[in-house]
Design a protein around this ligand. Structure first.
Ligand SMILES: [Zn+2]
Length: 384
């Protein structure tokens, strides 16, 4: 299996100018007092002793990736994943989720959540609510039936996403100027959720794309213009359509699986750990097709159920086609990312955030190899 260290060479073999990747070598010197600790950190089970572990620590390769159109970038160093961090305490997480039931407003949504001025939409096992602390003027939620935020299957995902789309359609019908939608899912506190109980957020505004979506729209247009005016030769990885070419590059290096119009790719420039991007080229209207929802179920179940991924908390963002906006050239895009350990800590301990200055102001720092992510997704294909 290829690893992230092979990516620069794999990209060099392709005719493409979307992604750049380089391997850089970091070096350091370990003082003798620190050597035993470093040897423990970087020793491998069955490895060749402390000297080999120290040698591994002293030479660290970093792979830098960059998207020349979206300006997204990541810095991978697998050594970072070898540093000792406390293993997630899944038993205390399970107890924490169960205990939250006692005062859970979302377990009683009709009485304990606000409604939109036009009422609510009921799905098969979910119901909409208006967010009591809106971050946009039109901000709804889909409250899931089950309390446990990991308790979902293919039918649940279809139900929740379809209900979110109905809310967007209903809100747009009430005011045709509201055209730009966004759906997202924050699963548990480390992903930004203030309540444990599973729920989706839906936003709709009249002014334009939300910021991250706008940067993808801009990249798509810039790429097409550049391909039209640049007289570049067309190839397997350069058709002139940004998302087709983005997909082709991920496919050629071994980071994508495809089924019909739907693509699942482990991102070359992930926003954070294990980011997976789902594209659906078949979608035309403001809708999410069954293939895309199956892909979303596959990815999230692999996140939670595959031992190598062991995700407990995640964000999902769904970039939809806006209402009544012509010249929109993007496929349906769904982004899913790991957000670390949401377990409660013993009192007096403070948690390290997975997002720091690098992510906010520099490039994303990533430990997990995207080639391992796509291998895990492949193992879970067809299981949902
Ligand atoms: Zn609940």
């Amino acid at each position: 299996m290829a690893t992230i260290l092979d990516l620069p060479e794999l990209l060099r073999e392709l005719e493409q100018d979307i992604f750049q990747a380089e391997v850089l070598q970091g070096r350091l010197v370990v003082p003798s007092a620190l050597a035993p600790k470093i040897a423990r950190w970087y020793g491998r089970p069955g490895g060749r002793g402390p000297d080999a572990a120290l040698a591994r620590a002293c030479e660290q390769r970093v792979v830098k990736t960059f998207n020349a159109y979206t300006f997204e970038g990541a810095q991978f160093n697998e050594r970072r994943a070898e540093r000792p961090v406390a293993k997630p305490d899944t038993r205390s997480l399970a107890a924490f989720i169960e205990d939250a039931k006692e005062e859970c407003d979302f377990c009683d949504p009709l009485n304990m959540t606000c409604a939109d001025v036009w009422g609510r939409i009921e799905g098969k096992d979910c119901i909409t609510a208006a967010n009591a602390a809106k971050y946009d003027a039109n901000h709804g939620m889909v409250i899931f039936g089950p309390h446990h935020p990991h308790a979902f299957d293919r039918e649940h995902i279809q139900d929740y996403v379809q209900t979110a789309l109905q809310w967007l359609n209903r809100t747009h019908k009430g005011d045709r100027n509201l055209r730009y939608p966004f759906i997202m899912w924050n699963c548990l506190g480390s992903a930004g959720a203030s309540l444990v109980h599973g729920h989706l957020h839906m936003l709709l505004n009249p002014y334009g794309f939300y910021a991250r979506h706008a940067s993808l729209v801009s990249a798509t247009h810039n790429y097409q213009e550049r391909c039209q005016t640049g007289n570049q030769t067309r190839s397997r990885t350069r058709s002139g359509d940004y998302w087709r070419d983005w997909t082709a590059v991920h496919r050629e290096v071994g980071l994508a699986v495809e089924s019909g119009d739907v693509v699942i790719a482990a991102a070359i420039t992930p926003v954070k750990e294990k980011e997976v991007v789902i594209l659906d080229f078949g979608f035309r209207d403001m809708a999410v097709g069954e293939g895309a929802m199956d892909a979303l179920t596959t990815v999230l179940r692999a996140f939670l159920d595959d031992e190598s991924l062991a995700v407990l908390s995640f964000n999902v963002g769904i970039y939809l086609r806006p209402f009544e906006v012509s010249n929109y050239r993007l496929p349906l895009i769904i982004r899913c990312v790991d957000r670390g350990d949401p377990s409660p800590l013993p009192s007096g301990k403070s948690k390290t955030s997975d997002v720091g200055g690098m992510e906010l102001y520099g490039s994303s720092v990533v430990s997990f190899d995207p080639f391992k992510v796509i291998a895990a997704i492949k193992r879970h294909m067809g299981n949902v």
